[in-house]
Design a protein around this ligand. Structure first.
Ligand SMILES: [Zn+2]
Length: 189
């Protein structure tokens, strides 16, 4: 029971009902590939969380805004939100989250050919987060797993080279954090 409450708390954090409905709307827009409108909502939610001093939640929304701006090829905005997310994670002493996001956004910016943003992020944060080239190479290696095409929770498109990997078989949706497992067992059954 306690565990369930903690999960609920971590899922919704400090959001009020209006903010929760905005978040649901953003997830729907992502599922419909309306990335720019979704990105604007994530960006608003991030500012509201920053104003309320909920820096961890703000960082999470800045990450989602960065992914969504990258997905609609708005490089400057993707860079700006990625940078703010990393600064907030580091200010909150969430170095592991910062490093995970760094690896993920680096891959996404690389895939989108957003070199300016990628190089800026690497230059500003690579050393601070102790990310060495070997970490990056290891992270970028193609994984031989099969994930569902869309997130079962929010409907976002899933690309197995662009999700945050928790372990060898489990990844997290970039937009809602739902855990995605290798479904090759189901596929072959
Ligand atoms: Zn999702």
């Amino acid at each position: 029971m306690l565990q369930e409450l903690e999960n609920l708390e971590s899922q919704f954090g400090p959001l009020d009902p209006e903010q929760k409905s905005k978040l649901n709307e953003a997830h729907k827009l992502v599922a419909q590939r309306q990335y720019q409108v979704a990105a604007n909502i994530f960006s608003d939610l991030a500012s509201e969380m920053e104003d309320a001093n909920h820096n961890h939640q703000a960082a999470t929304f800045h990450c989602q805004a960065a992914y969504a701006y990258a997905d609609c090829h708005f490089e400057e905005a993707a860079l700006s939100h990625a940078r703010t997310a990393l600064i907030l994670f580091m200010q909150s002493h969430l170095k592991k989250q910062a490093k995970n996001f760094y690896l993920n956004i680096t891959q996404i910016l690389t895939n989108r050919d957003m070199k300016v943003a990628m190089e800026a992020i690497q230059k500003e944060f690579g050393a601070k987060l102790d990310v060495v080239q070997a970490d990056l190479n290891e992270y970028l290696v193609a994984r031989n797993v099969h994930l569902l095409d869309t997130c079962p929770k929010c409907g976002a498109l899933i690309n197995s080279t662009e999700v945050h990997w928790i372990d060898d078989n489990t990844a997290e949706c970039n937009y809602c954090g739902a855990q995605l497992r290798d479904d090759s067992d189901n596929a072959s059954a």
